[in-house]
Design a protein around this ligand. Structure first.
Ligand SMILES: Cc1cc2nc3c(=O)[nH]c(=O)nc-3n(C[C@H](O)[C@H](O)[C@H](O)COP(=O)(O)OP(=O)(O)OC[C@H]3O[C@@H](n4cnc5c(N)ncnc54)[C@H](O)[C@@H]3O)c2cc1C
Length: 383
């Protein structure tokens, strides 16, 4: 990869980096990408993509692929441990109201779809950025292997732990949300699951999201101190013991999960930072505004970032101006998600039975307008 040939250089080949490359390419720019891992591939299990993400994917020419490779969610409910519904959102009504549907997809399929849109984009793997500096109008990225690369404009999409962000903003490290999470995707052998559910109970939170065909993505969150040695050793048998009293099909889904399919990590986010643009360098995706997963919005926001960033690049006379405008358009919305998602996590994780029962009753009695307002804000996205 030669020096300074591309209009934009992207660090990180996750959802944010790949989507940004696609969006820039659509606007006629040349982008190049550097990824730390030996190959560009998804890490994780399933992912849900809300209507605002579907609108961004439509702009990227990917909505049909996502609909084909994933699953349209006809409904999403929050339940208590015995299965009783606390609240339910009708996916079809949402799709009608906001002009886009709610999808769920295997992360590997999403990554594949993004990569397929980038056949001509130079991508270098095994390139972990460890530092950046600005030098007479160019941004220089320094890599772990000792090499350097000069860029006209640098887009940092290297995730929540972004070392380049931490260089630009000392102290912008991740924070632990207070709960830990297991995830898996399985081929579920049982009655077809069509709707997504999240169950709040005294043993923790359990989510089920149907993917393509018989695939089911599930997650379980338990309140815990960070890096808990006991949970590090947890197997599906332990999780079965934890959630066996929950409604069907939760115990059965855990039973059908091999230990090898289990992913475990503590839930973290990035406390809102107040600068995304630094001259000809910009932060995007999780590197700029990583959120807890309680609203299922992290990747959705990264996709929005991509569309807005390319839009501003096409509209503005310089990358510096485009990055400033990007920050102006994106910061409030991204921070809204981070803060709201953090609060939802606190509420949803209440494992005290009394508090949990009170919370469930309050949610059940809340007027539908209370649930609609945030959806309207999120889904009526203006690109
Ligand atoms: C449990 C869980 C569930 C979630 N569920 C959802 C959901 O349902 N819906 C949703 O919208 N979001 C969800 N999210 C959030 C979503 O996964 C993230 O917001 C999204 O993946 C962010 O993409 P990104 O490209 O910004 O960062 P990342 O996915 O972290 O990608 C960063 C990329 O940069 C590379 N990289 C890292 N460091 C360097 C470096 N120094 N140099 C070069 N490359 C580097 C990495 O290898 C990676 O490829 C969830 C998150 C979690 C943890």
């Amino acid at each position: 990869m030669s020096t300074k040939t591309a209009d934009f250089t992207i660090i990180g080949g996750g959802i944010a980096g790949l989507a940004t490359a696609i969006a820039l390419h659509q606007k006629g720019f040349q982008a190049e990408l550097f990824e730390a891992a030996p190959e560009i591939r998804a890490v994780g299990a399933g992912i849900s993509l809300a209507p605002n993400a579907a609108l961004a994917l439509r702009k990227l020419g990917l909505e049909e692929t996502i609909a084909r490779e994933g699953r349209l969610l006809p409904g999403m409910s929050i339940r208590q441990a015995n299965g009783r519904v606390i609240t339910r959102a009708d996916g079809r009504q949402i799709a009608q109201r906001y002009g886009a549907a709610h999808y769920a997809i295997h992360r590997a399929a999403l990554h594949q779809a993004l990569l397929a849109k980038l056949p001509g984009t130079p991508m270098a793997t095994g390139k972990r950025a460890i530092g950046i500096r600005r030098e007479s109008g160019v941004a220089v990225a320094r890599f772990e292997d000792g090499s350097e690369h000069e860029a006209r404009a640098l887009i940092l999409a290297d995730g929540i732990h972004s070392p380049t962000r931490q260089q630009l903003m000392t102290g912008s490290t991740s924070r632990y949300a207070g709960y830990t999470c297991w995830r898996a995707v399985i081929e579920y052998d049982g009655p077809l699951i069509e709707e997504a559910t999240e169950t709040w109970g005294p043993s923790g939170r359990f989510g089920i999201v149907p993917l393509k065909g018989r695939q089911v993505y599930w997650f379980a969150c338990i309140t815990s101190p960070a890096d808990n040695a006991r949970y590090k050793r947890f197997t599906t048998e332990d999780l079965y013991a934890q959630f066996q009293g929950y409604h069907t099909p939760i115990p059965e889904i855990i039973r059908q999960t091999p230990d090898a399919a289990l992913l475990w990590n503590d839930i973290i986010d990035l406390k809102p930072i107040h600068q995304f643009a630094f001259g000809n360098i910009v932060l995007t995706g999780d590197a700029a505004h990583a959120t807890t997963p309680n609203m299922g919005q992290g990747a959705c926001q990264a996709l929005e970032d991509a569309v807005v960033l390319a839009d501003e690049a096409a509209r503005c006379s310089s990358p510096e101006e485009a990055f400033r405008q990007f920050e102006l358009r994106r910061m409030e919305r991204a921070h809204y998600v981070v803060k709201r998602s953090w609060s939802i996590g606190r509420i949803a994780q209440a494992q005290n039975p009394l508090l949990g029962a009170l919370r469930n009753a309050l949610f059940r009695l809340a007027p539908s307008s209370a649930a609609e307002k945030p959806l309207k804000y999120l889904y009526e996205v203006d690109f």
